[in-house]
Structure formats: structure tokens, C-alpha cells
Design a protein around this ligand. Sequence first.
Ligand SMILES: Cc1cc2nc3c(=O)[nH]c(=O)nc-3n(C[C@H](O)[C@H](O)[C@H](O)COP(=O)(O)OP(=O)(O)OC[C@H]3O[C@@H](n4cnc5c(N)ncnc54)[C@H](O)[C@@H]3O)c2cc1C
Length: 388
Amino acid sequence: MDAVQALRDAGQGRGGMNYDAAVIGGGPAGAALATHLARAGRSVVVFEKEAVAHDKVCGEFLSHEGVGYLESLGLPVDELGALTLSHVRLAGTGEPVTAPLPFEARSLSRRVLDEALLRLASSAGAEIRRGVRVKSVTGTMNGFAFLPERGSEVFANAAFLASGKHDIKDFKRERGAHPECLAFKTYWRLQPEEAAALSAHIELILFRGGYAGLQPVEGGRANLCLIVRKDVYADRYGSWEAVLDALRHEAPHAGRRLSGAECLTERPLAIAGLPYGFLARSNGWLWRIGDQAAVIPSFSGDGMSIALHTAHRAAGIYLSGEGADVFQAALARDLSAQIRRATALSRLLVSPMGQKLAMNAAYMLPRMLSFGADWTRIPPRALDRAAL
Ligand SMILES: Cc1cc2nc3c(=O)[nH]c(=O)nc-3n(C[C@H](O)[C@H](O)[C@H](O)COP(=O)(O)OP(=O)(O)OC[C@H]3O[C@@H](n4cnc5c(N)ncnc54)[C@H](O)[C@@H]3O)c2cc1C
């Protein structure tokens, strides 16, 4: 008898449970996957370490593909209060440049979206265990044992890792081909004239060592989310306040937007060690989905769409009886060009020369902004392949 089988038997003896599938992480990837599998009649458990609805470090820009995936799951985002975004604006040291987005996007807070997705998974029949952090997963050809921080092991025939930005023991992601960055997120209440000017726009604002996204979200708020190179942060800034100050002063546009604005977030949410450009390879048995499968730089705004795409793709391949290695190879084919392009663009945008180049290109041809957004989307043929 192998080790997992022994653990499995011991777990059953203690009232442990067996599932067809267990999912670590109840973000968009984990919740969407659980919904698909539960609807197909599989027994599924989702472990989510946060006990209640919470904010996440995210720009909250939902691309056209993401909206499509959510609607196909039965989640019309407009009914959840999503706002429509139709234009993109790029700002640096000079005047901003505006262009239409190549698609109509949405803006919706993660606190609302992620909870709605978990409710959907639960109503499809998935068991959601809130406030449970999984410490490790071990597997052999016979099955998988999940060890939560509290309580006894849980056993499942398939293991899905959807823990997003957080790695778990023994499954750390490699660093991608992008300078290491820190990310911060805050909500603001802008002055009425600034809020009106921001309406329907996603604004990308460049500053030394990084770039910020500013967009309206429901509740009359604006989401300000930014990334900054770790080395520049250490040399020049050293605190969130210093980053904010640089953003306001280096980019007059940001100074204008935030003038007289009220920050609604007591302390910014922050995260470090983002492996931008990472694309998972198969280890033979673990299904890595969402940010555990692929990490696209935030600027392209396609992270949630990729998370939902990986969930669709994984569900389709799993339900057809194929394995994690087939899925991970398919995903690499679907996403590698998109991730490479977005990573190259983002590398430009965190360098002084690249920022100049980007601004000049946008001044000469504002449509370049639309091309940039288009260029870093999930390719249509990959979307076709994901159809369930
Ligand atoms: C600065 C920044 C800005 C971004 N802006 C955008 C944007 O505007 N638009 C966009 O589409 N994407 C954006 N993204 C990317 C987007 O946030 C991610 O791609 C998306 O959240 C991935 O979804 P996920 O389900 O894989 O992971 P997550 O959303 O991170 O969800 C993972 C879940 O797993 C849980 N978890 C983690 N570890 C464990 C554990 N051990 N046990 C149990 N539960 C666990 C977490 O609590 C979390 O709820 C941005 C990312 C960053 C960093």
C-alpha cells in the first residue's frame, strides 16, 4: 500500500472525506473550476483561506473575454454593479493621450466578484470550506492528501492548485522574465469633476520605476493600483507615501486627479514577489490554474480572464478523462505568446527609456494604445478551444 493510500484509509477511519476533486483557493480560477465540475456531477471541495469577503490587490479591470466567461457561467456582471469602460488613457510627465479600447470592458471590485463566484460554485453543489488554509498537498498515482492548517486531511482523486498570488509548500513558482516588482492598491473618492472626467476610462499613469492604473469602480470610488520595481522602491521610495508623492508630482495628470481626493483605504493592500511572465510546466499530476498557471503583467488587465480561461480549459480536459499534463501543455500553447508580449511591454513601462518610447509612440499614434490592449489578449483560437 502506498503512503497516500495509507493516509486515505486513516482519514476515512477518522471521518475524513474523499472527493473527486479538491481545489486550493477560491478566487476566480478556483471558484469557476469548481462550478464547472460540480455542474458535471463531480464531488468537489474548495478550500479558501479567507473566512469572509475581502479586498484583493487588483486593478479590477475586466476585459471582454473575462466578461464572456463570467456570462457563460451564468454571472452577468452588470447585475452585480459593474461599470462600463470604453477608453484607455496614458499619462506621464506631459499631457495624457486617450484612445478607444478595442472592446467594451467592465470594472467591478474583487470583493463583489469573488464572493459572487463562490456563491455560484456553492449553488452548483461544490462544498466551500471558508477560513481554511491548505498547508500542503501530496500525491501519487493513487490520489492526493490535502493538509489544512486546522483539522484532518482531506482526500481527493484530483488536485487543483488555484492559490493565486500565494505559493504553497513545495510548489513555488519560478520568477518570470520581468524585474521584481511590488504592488499596492487603494480606493479613493475623487472630487466630482475629476470623477466625471475619469468615468468610462482606464488610465495608465507612468512614474519613475513603475506605473499605476486608475479606474472608477462601483460605489462612486476610484481604484488606484500600481506596481513599482523593487530596486527603485528600495533606492528612491522606501514607503507607500513616497511612491504616491512621486506619482502625484512626476505625472501632473495624477496630481490633478488626486487633488482634494479622499483616500478610503486606511493602509494600502500590498504584495511583493510577483512572478510576471511565469508559465507553468507540467509535473504530471498537479493541475495548476489561474495565477498558479500563468502570470501576466497587470498592465494588460487580462489576469482574471486568464484565470477564467484556465478554469474552462482544465474543466474541459478533466471531464474528457485526460490528465494534468495534457492540460498544462494545452495552456502553454494557448497563452505563451500573449504572456511573452505582455511581459515585454511591461518591462518597457518600468524603465525610463521605455516610458519615453511608449509616450512618444502614443503621441504620434494614439491608436497604439488600442493595439497594445489588443495585442496582449487571449487569442480567439484559444477561446474557441476552451468552449465546454
Ligand atoms: C497589481 C495587480 C493588478 C492587477 N490588475 C488586474 C486587472 O485590472 N485585471 C485583471 O484581470 N487582472 C488583474 N490582476 C491579476 C489578477 O488579480 C489575477 O490574475 C487573478 O486574481 C488570478 O485569479 P486566481 O483565482 O488565480 O487567484 P486569486 O484571485 O489570487 O485567488 C486565489 C485565492 O486562493 C486563496 N488561497 C491562497 N493560498 C491558499 C491556501 N494555501 N489555502 C487556501 N486558500 C488559499 C486566496 O485567499 C485567494 O482567495 C492584477 C494583479 C496585480 C498584482
